[in-house]
Each structure stands twice: as C-alpha cells, then as structure tokens.
Design a protein around this ligand. Structure first.
Ligand code: MG
Length: 176
C-alpha cells in the first residue's frame, strides 16, 4: 500500500516525509524578515493582500537560517507558518533560493479566511495533525509569545525568538 497523500496545504521539500522527530520553525519573524510588510497589518483593518503581495522580497533572518542548518541531521525541519496556502509556491521558491534547510512547509489551508481563526488555533490544529502523521516535534521556535505558550499544551519545549513584530500598539495580534 502506498503512503497516503499529504494534506493539500502541506508541502514536502523532496520526497516523502518520514515519521520521526522534528523541529518546528515559524517563518515570518524567524526565518524570513517580513518587517517591510508588517505595516499592512498594523492598521485599523489589516490589508491581507498587501501583506502577502511581496513575500518574495523578504530578507533572510540569518540567526534563524543558521539555527535550522545547525539542527541534528536526523530531525525533520517543519516550517509551520500562518501564511495562506496561496503563497505556498512563492514561499517554497524563496526557501530554496535562500538556501534554507527544510523538509515540510505547512501553510494555512486555502478555504480559511485569514481573520476567521486565530493563528494560535490554526497552529494548534496542525501540531496535532503532525503528531497523527507520526511527526514528533521535540522543539518549536516562534516569534509570537502566545504561540510559544501554546506549545506547552503539547509538552513541546519552545523558544521565543524576538522579531519585534508583536511589540507595537496594534490591536491586531493574530500574526503569522
Ligand atoms: Mg512569526
């Protein structure tokens, strides 16, 4: 029997993703420097199309890239991002072009309205799904403190990686 297909919003870097230990990386604010796009969210009504338009122009956060590269060879690198699946192809290209180490990119399913569900709830659900697939996160890294706290529900050690994106007085804290 062949392995079941990955969920549509999961994107493998190459070949099947084998069960086993993984480290979860957030993307924006950890690997990708999305500072130039944050102003689209820091307004009365977040401008999501504006926010996603230039994802390919993001710089690299060197510390994040180095962290991913320095992980043990036998752990999978899962990038769990709140980015919508519509930008998965652009994101994938960006990861490859910038020499990022990754095995699985998880984006927000396409049917979801950005504002319909908080990033925390979306990521919680995906972490549970990863475990169902036998992918066992042993560490998670995120720049959103609330998401860092969420990992405690799963007893997954987590690291707060400060991007500063959540330090403004914006009423919006959904983040990606
Ligand atoms: Mg982030």
């Amino acid at each position: 029997m062949s392995a079941p297909a990955l969920p549509g919003h999961w994107h493998a870097a190459a070949g099947p993703v084998e069960p086993g230990e993984a480290v979860i990386f957030d993307l924006d604010g950890v690997l990708a420097d999305a500072l130039h796009r944050q102003h689209f969210l820091h307004q009365e009504e977040p401008d999501w199309p504006g926010f996603y338009r230039d994802v390919d122009a993001d710089g690299v956060i060197e510390a994040g890239r180095a962290l991913a590269a320095a992980m043990r060879d036998d752990v999978r690198i899962v990038i769990l991002t709140g980015r919508i699946d519509e930008v998965a192809a652009a994101t994938r290209e960006w990861l490859v072009e910038n020499g990022m180490r990754w095995d699985l990119l998880v984006c927000r399913p396409p049917h979801e309205d950005d504002s319909s569900r908080h990033a925390i709830d979306y990521k919680r659900e995906e972490v549970a799904r990863l475990r169902e697939w036998g992918i066992d996160p042993v560490l998670a890294i995120d720049d959103n403190r609330k998401i860092v706290e969420m990992y405690a529900e799963f007893d997954i050690p987590s690291v707060y990686f400060p991007s500063g994106y959540y330090d403004s007085s914006s009423r919006y804290d959904g983040g990606v």
